[in-house]
Design a protein around this ligand. Structure first.
Ligand code: MOS
Length: 733
């Protein structure tokens, strides 16, 4: 029986709930000193003076690092080559955003570090800042980074919009949002010598972290080891290497002791990325029969004054529907804020929200059922490139979802469904997210004790990497998963990419399969070449390996255990290392995961109180490796979608240039009472082209479409179209 697909329990679950799993800041390292950040309270200006006299009086203080005494670096923190973020590493007195690290205090205890950090007195020369988006939309500029291209166009959008039979123009807005992983960003830096460093870091990308830190500190990458064994969520925020990681290493070198730096919750709003506010203008043209003829999607988002990140909300409009005349653009407003960054389904989550609301509005304008309207404009090939889809079961997703939800009973008129005082509304939306893959490597070892050990320098954000890789290795090698161990999160292991873009299963899974197959081939050759083996001298094609035994295909009685083979050869283990990388399929096919989401909301007719009461999601994510972790991933995305629709907003005080709800009391996320019983299913079919495992990525698609389905349901309940997220009471009343 194959291990893949089974709802295997998380292999790290027991360790996590019993406290046995050591996160980055929980490593038992002797003589650890504690660091605390001092961050700027102004959004723009210079540090005129920094008085640390009181801070250094605190008992147990070891050092206060500021721009005046911090060591100079080997390369500029503003060097953003290789996808790195510009960092703030105490190299100058310039303040570029509120919350910028401006000093690091190191002490023997955490309490002393925090107390001393509070005693650092900073005098600023304040300059006027600008953090507003709307009044500066006209001044927005083209991104420098053109991968993917910031603008696109096909057909004749302007000409065709003028003579569209039905035309709507709408602006949708989404707010700043913050990741709020349960585990804060944390780094424990241990110098093993003057040029050799180990970092236990809460990172989604240990190799990127290693290379970035090595470049900045002038070390050989081989002399930096990064360990990330467990993560309490990342969602993109732990993708790039941020300032505190390097500051921890600088501080540890300075005080000649291991240093632990854990960000406090408010410090996670500003210097470690967030989702930019978006302003998305859509113009949609259609014929009266419901054929989409034109689609224009223009996005304006923030970036920081010193670095560039584009929230690519216009990408879904390029490919989701058959539409001959199409144009998209992205422009940037430079603001005195920290640099925005990747957050679960970057670009796609806000982009699908706006697009799928606009589609709903157009469906009503042409008097069609929203689902029929989408089916009528279904894209049978990728309209942007003309390429075939690697696989696309979106029609089935719509069909299964509509059936499970009971969509056919939906009255078309808004406000028609009532239950006592409650207005009831039903809405739907499409989900979509691209299928990515990067080169990755893995090492597989069969040991004389009969176990298979597989290692790859990937990460597990809490998504289930440990578990699914064990399943993949078990099937690829031919052992039950109980006899397989998978290790990750160490740059001493073969290199794997950042865990982002929903690509870990595709990238690392392919490498694990390759390593397991190479190891089988090696063991078969070993058996053939062993004169005492029951398959001695046979052709490799006639020898098989399964369940830890090697045997003759046509005479299975000629068999022995791999352990017997290793014993005779006096080997403690046999090892194979393999790399796997994407091939030409990326140029031949358009590769995406798809889905359909259906939402029911209830709105109190008098009070405007709003609840999501049902949510159905049906996904085409290719082959599902583990039914349990897959369901959790998709459901987690949908729960986040509820938050995006109704709760989440990082509030920026424009006068101060500061995020003012930088804590978990004021930054609202859905709690159990906000989340109905969510119905998650999938069309279980492997993608024949995307990668050897046939997976399409599962970590991000769940959040796409949810907010639109809910906003569309709110309209259906109330006749009120809220185009600014989140849909708060005050916007609804
Ligand atoms: Mo994800 S936002 O690509 O870690």
């Amino acid at each position: 029986m194959s291990a893949i697909g089974r709802p295997l329990e998380r292999v790290d679950g027991r360790a996590k709930v019993t406290g046995g799993a050591r996160y980055s800041s929980e490593q038992a390292i002797p003589d650890v000193a504690h660091a605390a950040l001092v961050t700027s309270t102004i959004a723009k200006g210079r540090i005129a003076a920094m008085d640390t006299r009181d801070a250094v009086q605190v008992s147990g203080i070891l050092a206060v690092l500021t721009h005046q005494n911090a060591p100079r670096l080997a390369t500029s923190p503003d060097d953003t080559s290789e996808g790195a973020r510009a960092l703030d590493l105490l190299q100058h007195p310039v303040v570029r955003y509120a919350g910028q690290p401006i000093a690091v205090v190191v002490a023997r205890t955490l309490e002393a570090a925090h107390q001393a950090a509070g005693l650092v007195d900073v005098q600023y020369v304040v300059e006027p800042h600008e953090v507003r988006l709307e009044p500066r939309v006209e001044q927005a500029t083209e991104p420098r980074d053109d991968d993917p291209p910031a603008a696109s166009s096909r057909g004749d959008v302007e000409g065709r919009l003028d003579d569209a039979e039905v035309r709507i123009e709408r602006v949708y807005r989404t707010p700043f949002e913050s990741h709020n992983a349960m585990e804060p960003h944390a780094t424990l830096a241990v110098w093993d010598g003057p040029t050799s460093l180990t970092l236990y870091d809460a990172t989604q990308g240990i190799f990127d972290c290693r290379d970035r830190v090595a470049r900045l500190l002038g070390l050989l990458p081989d002399h930096v080891r990064v360990v990330s064994a467990y993560l309490g969520g990342g969602f993109g925020s732990k993708g790039p290497t941020w300032s505190h990681v390097v500051l921890a290493a600088m501080a540890a070198r300075h005080v000649r002791r291991p240093v632990k730096l854990v960000l406090r919750r408010p410090q996670m709003f500003g210097p470690v990325g967030f989702r930019s506010q978006t302003r998305q203008a859509l113009v949609v043209g259609a014929r009266r029969d419901g054929t989409l003829t034109t689609l224009r999607h223009d996005t304006v988002v923030h970036t920081s004054s010193f670095d560039e990140f584009v929230e690519t909300a216009g990408l879904p409009a390029r490919m989701l529907y058959a539409c001959a005349n199409n144009a998209t653009s992205h422009r940037l407003v430079r603001s005195d804020i920290g640099t925005p960054s990747y957050m679960r389904a970057p670009g796609w989550a806000p982009g699908v929200y706006a697009l799928e609301c606009a589609l709903d509005e157009m469906a009503e304008a042409v008097d069609m059922d929203p689902l029929q309207f989408r089916l009528k404009n279904h894209a049978d090939v990728d309209p942007e490139t003309g390429r075939p889809w690697s696989s696309k079961a979106l029609r089935q997703c719509y069909g299964v979802g509509a059936e499970r939800f009971g969509w056919s009973r939906r009255p078309s008129r808004p406000g028609a469904l009532r239950d006592g005082r409650a207005l009831v509304g039903w809405g739907m939306a499409t989900s979509v997210y691209p299928t990515h893959r990067s080169p990755a490597a893995a090492r597989a070892r069969f040991r004389a004790d009969g176990a298979l050990l597989v290692e790859s320098g990937t990460q597990d954000l809490g998504t289930g990497t440990y578990t699914i890789m064990r399943q993949v290795a078990a099937d690829a090698f031919g052992l039950p998963p109980e006899r397989v161990e998978f290790r990750l999160g160490d740059t001493d292991f073969p290199e794997a990419p950042v865990s982002g873009g929903s690509m870990t299963a595709a990238s690392v899974g392919s490498a694990v399969v390759a390593a397991a197959h190479d190891l089988r081939d090696k063991l078969v050759r070993l058996a053939i070449n062993d004169p005492h083996s029951p398959v001695a001298g046979e052709k490799a094609a006639d020898v098989a390996l399964d369940d830890g035994r090697v045997f003759h295909r046509h005479d299975p009685a000629r068999a022995e255990s791999l352990q017997a083979l290793l014993d005779r050869q006096r080997l403690t283990e046999v090892e194979a290392v393999a790399e796997a990388e994407p091939g030409e399929e990326a140029e031949q096919y358009a590769m995406y995961a798809f889905g359909a989401q259906f939402a029911e909301v209830r709105v109190d007719a008098d009070l405007g109180q709003l609840r999501v009461t049902r949510l159905v999601g049906v996904f085409d994510v290719g082959r599902v490796l583990n039914a349990k972790t897959a369901r959790s991933q998709l459901m987690g995305g949908m729960v986040w979608g509820i938050g995006m629709a109704l709760h989440e907003e990082t509030v920026l005080d424009e006068r101060l240039g500061r995020f003012v709800n930088a804590n978990l009391a004021d930054y609202h996320v859905p709690v159990n009472a906000d989340v109905p019983d969510i119905d998650v299913t999938w069309i279980d079919a492997a993608d024949p082209h995307a990668n050897p495992l046939g997976v399409k990525g599962i970590g991000e698609i769940g959040i796409t479409g949810t907010a639109a389905a809910i906003a569309n349901a709110v309209y259906h309940a109330t006749g009120r179209r809220i185009r600014d997220l989140p849909i708060r009471l005050d916007r609804l009343l």
